[in-house]
Design a protein around this ligand. Sequence first.
Ligand code: GDP
Ligand code: MG
Length: 203
Amino acid sequence: AINVHFILQVLLGDVGAGKSSLVLRFVKGQFVEFQESTIGAAFFSQTLAVNDATVKFEIWDTAGQERYHSLAPMYYRGAAAAIIVYDITNQASFERAKKWVQELQAQGNPGMVMALAGNKVDLLDARKVAAEANGKRSNGFIVQFCFGFNAHACQFDFLFSLATQEAQTYAQENGLFFKETSAKTASNVNEIFYEIGPKDYLE
Ligand code: GDP
Ligand code: MG
């Protein structure tokens, strides 16, 4: 019996947030430090064997620049699922992500499944490691330790933790799946693509 399941996904988000890097990590298991800017859009596919089923991901990676905005509906209209990507170190990219969510809610496929990816979480981990190396525990909520010579690094962690909370709350309110990801370390990359992937083959 033919048992193939397709899903068409689209990546949207600010330029530089890491859309191309996430798809490259998912499809090829690679990461490049100086990923070239996407022109227009790029198409990727990934086929996986799951039990006796074949699951095929077809993915549109869009450019993100404002000058390509009018092309975006061509890519998201036919899509069953979207990953909206922002860069956790860039507040403006989070604001841009919210705009994309609004646009998809208004003009996307009804019933479109959406995930929000707070990408580059490795940059936060790097700060945590640095803070720990200086004898500080820094899980964000342990802010009472954030005084003295290393207050700066600790403060950063605290700010980032607030941003995580803000994104999580926003995602919950809008019915989005949410993960902090890293295309660099591969953290949560498969998870986020699978979460919005086909589910019917599991039945
Ligand atoms: P796009 O414009 O959204 O497609 O973003 P790109 O995938 O081109 O990435 C922009 C820049 O961010 C590139 O220099 C990437 O190497 C870098 N980048 C992407 N994802 C990550 C990540 O998870 N961690 C880090 N540290 N850098 C990343
Ligand atoms: Mg790109």
